[in-house]
Ligand binder design. Structure first.
Ligand code: FPP
Length: 214
């Protein structure tokens, strides 16, 4: 969800305002994903590398995350949506761990769109962890690793969207992106609307996916 900082800077506003507008975009795009009948939407909210940011920005992001779960959980429940957290979220503050575990438990049985939020997530760490867990159980095969990824109970990744003109994966869903289609846009995340999601999906539907075959 890149571009919150630049969105704010362009307007001479504090970065936190960009992140706040980013949360508004999260809400609208998550609603659109639900209305479009997507099986899952995964958002990269906080990477394992984001700890390098200034403490006040980290506190702002954690505060926004908590506020979002508190304000929007009921809407997720009312709409049969499931909340999942991927990443080493146990490394976050105890009140956030408690909040997200409660939210996941309350939506675990829901069968509609899964809203997955990546928190304290890094894909290389995820793969190393999955390989170690697979090894502890037996052979290290692609299937065994896949079963140990945070995303094991999510559908395969079909489409990966990156905003704000960045053209790299930045340690996000590296394994899962093996056959994903990619869609890059210059739009900054706070300006990303359901219409942009629609455009990305329209593009996706025109792509011929061969998964290595011909
Ligand atoms: C990238 O913009 C955005 C983030 C690092 C944080 C995104 C997190 C939120 C909006 C908080 C809450 C999340 C949810 C799911 C409710 P940037 O700061 O890297 O912007 P820049 O690339 O313009 O500097």
């Amino acid at each position: 969800m890149d571009g919150n900082g630049r969105w704010a800077k362009k307007r001479l506003l504090p970065r936190v305002v960009g992140h706040k507008r980013g949360v508004d975009a999260v809400r609208e795009v998550a609603r659109a994903a639900r209305d479009m009948g997507l099986e899952a939407l995964t958002l990269y909210a906080f990477s394992s590398e984001n700890w390098k940011r200034p403490a006040d920005e980290i506190a702002d992001l954690m505060g926004l995350l908590k506020a979002f779960i508190r304000s929007d959980l009921q809407e997720l429940i009312d709409n049969n949506a499931r909340l999942r957290i991927i990443g080493d979220y146990h490394g976050l503050a105890p009140d956030i761990v408690e909040l997200v575990e409660d939210a996941m438990a309350r939506t675990a049985a829901n069968t509609g769109t899964t809203l997955a939020i990546a928190l304290n997530y890094g894909s290389q760490q995820e793969i190393a962890r999955a390989a170690a867990r697979a090894a502890a159980k037996g052979a290290i095969t692609p299937e065994a690793i896949e079963a140990e990824l945070y995303t094991a109970d999510l559908p395969p990744l079909d489409l990966l969207i990156r905003t704000s003109g960045e053209v790299r994966l930045s340690n996000f869903l590296l394994w899962q992106a093996a056959y994903a289609e990619m869609w890059f846009t210059d739009v900054l995340w706070p300006d990303f609307t359901p219409e942009h999601l629609r455009q990305a999906l329209d593009q996706f539907s025109t792509r011929e996916r061969r998964f290595g075959g011909r």
